[in-house]
Structures are given as C-alpha cells and as structure tokens.
Design a protein around this ligand. Structure first.
Ligand SMILES: [Zn+2]
Length: 122
C-alpha cells in the first residue's frame, strides 16, 4: 500500500473496478462508463470513455511506439461521479449492509440506497 499524502485524511472510497458510474460534474457531465481503475491516494478513478485526453506521441521504433495523436482516459475526481445501481438503474449513494457470517465475523456489502440491491457480486 502506498503512503498517503501528508496532511490528507484517508479517503473512504466506495468505488470499485467494474462498477458503472455516471459523471455528475465537470467536462464530461452526463456520461456513464465502467470503472477501469481506482486510486485511493489521489481520490481519482479511471472511467472508460470519460475525460478523454489527446496525447501527442513521437514515434519511437525501439519501443514499438507509433507517432501521432492517441486518445486515452485520464483520471476523474471520485466526487464528480456517482455509482449507477445495476438493480434500479439510478445514480445512488452507497449504503452498507453488515452481515454476520458463521464464526462471528462480519462482512460488509455495498448496497443501493434507493432500492436496496447489493452492488457487489457474490
Ligand atoms: Zn438501486
């Protein structure tokens, strides 16, 4: 685990890879996409087809890099996206359901606050 930045509180991120999210603020407001990666240290996530940037690259034959303009996703602040519930299809905040599994341990499941559907596959 990487070290958190100085003077920053730990970010509690209820977002995981493969979640579907909707952008609620910023340049790509209204778009939806699949989460490709989550960075808890920066509080940002990479979302498919969201925040596309153009990277101008020089050809580098040694590394098999072709020149030209490549389009890639760039990380978006997690506060600018909301999770889309697979059950009701609405954007929602994330609740937690705590299950007690045999042995006295607890397991937290993420749930939709609007319809109660579990957001984690089992
Ligand atoms: Zn729901």
């Amino acid at each position: 685990m990487a070290l958190a930045k100085k003077n920053s509180a730990p970010i509690n991120v209820d977002l995981k890879k493969e979640d579907t999210v909707k952008v609620i603020a910023g340049r790509d407001k209204g778009k939806t996409g699949r989460v490709l990666d989550v960075n808890r240290d920066t509080g940002r996530a990479l979302v498919e087809h969201v925040m596309i940037i153009k990277r101008h690259t020089r050809p580098n034959p040694a590394k098999q890099v072709k020149g030209g303009v490549a389009e890639r996703e760039s990380p978006i602040a997690i506060s600018n996206v909301m999770i889309v519930c697979p059950g009701c299809g609405k954007t929602t905040r994330v609740g937690h359901h705590v299950d007690v599994v045999p042995g006295g341990k607890t397991r937290r499941t993420r749930v939709c606050r609007k319809c109660g559907q579990a957001l984690d596959r089992k």
